[in-house]
Design a protein around this ligand. Structure first.
Ligand code: SF4
Ligand code: SF4
Length: 307
């Protein structure tokens, strides 16, 4: 399925004109008629370039089927043959910020899940996604398209996210990013390689979206499965992911209590209400504890925790 805002059109262009101008079928019938009829012999550009009089239609007339976004402020026509890799085809459109803003404001997308998904201590675990041990998620489409982000567990601690810096932006690589939180830099790396085709540039100026909508407009990377490599290799999904998330939430609560006992300070106040740790927890922790938290839960070498 393609984006409902993705439209098709026949466009005509002149390969002889010094400045290439595309004419969309139906928009300028007069020009189209000139080029596709014997009257083209009267065209100044034709007379300057042609070595012989043409036939029924101009030899410089180029026609092709294109696709374009009907809601974009500036229309860009993409040759139909490239549509398969366009971000608007397949299921990729579900991550387009323009689509998300216009289709159904407030709506995210199917892969991001909904109220039917399991919730662990307030953290939603969308069933369609795969999860890595360092709390990054993967969505793989039937056509091999990939989107990657951070899960609700990590996003909950990112309330003070100040900056996002992408380490890898193109090519066959392990997607990597550096998050700056409370003045500290947290490197994150997805465990498997994909062919990265783009990153969510919107997050650079609006990093708060990562915490606000981690499974939707807060996505980080997009791309394709590398030939011969499964992007979801070694990741968890479905019920296994829910069990793991439950363990992780317990582990985080234990970690926070351990810090509170060590500091005998304000962190205890954060946890005494019986609630799960959240973004406020980082404010109350010393830098050594924050670094330990990252190493225990989110570092690139993180492995599956055991009950
Ligand atoms: S008649 Fe031929 S040369 Fe003139 S604008 Fe049309 S395509 Fe170009
Ligand atoms: S740019 Fe976005 S809204 Fe426009 S057609 Fe593509 S996916 Fe749809």
């Amino acid at each position: 399925m393609n984006c409902p805002f993705l439209k098709e059109a026949h466009v005509r262009g002149c390969t002889a004109a010094p400045v290439r101008k595309l004419i969309v079928e139906g928009q300028d019938p007069g020009a189209a008629e000139l080029c596709s009829s014997p009257a083209h012999a009267e065209c100044r550009v034709f007379r300057e370039r042609a070595e012989a009089n043409g036939g029924a239609r101009c030899q410089f007339l180029d026609e092709q089927l294109v696709q374009y976004c009907s809601v974009a402020p500036v229309k860009k026509y993409i040759p139909y043959s490239e549509s398969i890799i366009s971000r608007c085809g397949g299921n990729n459109y579900q991550y387009c910020s323009l689509y998300l803003a216009l289709a159904q404001p407030g709506y995210t997308h199917r892969a991001a899940g909904d109220d039917r998904d399991p919730v662990v201590e307030g953290v939603r675990v969308p069933q369609r996604l795969y999860y890595a041990p360092n709390h990054m998620w993967l969505n793989v489409g039937e056509n091999g398209s990939c989107h990657i982000g951070v899960d609700g567990f990590l996003a909950r601690l990112m309330g003070g996210l100040e900056h996002i810096s992408y380490v890898a932006m193109k090519g066959v690589k392990r997607p990597a990013v550096t998050l700056t939180v409370e003045g500290m830099m947290w490197p994150l790396m997805f465990p498997n390689e994909i062919m990265i085709s783009g990153v969510n540039q919107y997050l650079r100026s609006n990093p708060e979206r990562l915490a606000a909508d981690p499974y939707g407009s807060g996505w980080l990377f997009e791309g394709w499965e590398s030939p011969g490599r499964q992007a979801a290799h070694g990741l968890l999904t479905g019920g296994q992911a829910v069990d793991w998330m439950t363990q992780e939430m317990e582990r985080l609560t234990e970690f926070a209590h351990g810090c509170a006992a060590g500091n005998a300070g304000e962190l205890g106040l954060v946890l005494n209400d019986g609630g799960a740790p959240d973004a406020g927890m980082l404010n109350q922790m010393g830098s050594d504890d924050v670094a330990r938290l990252f190493n225990d839960f989110f570092c690139p070498q993180a492995s599956w925790s055991r009950p």
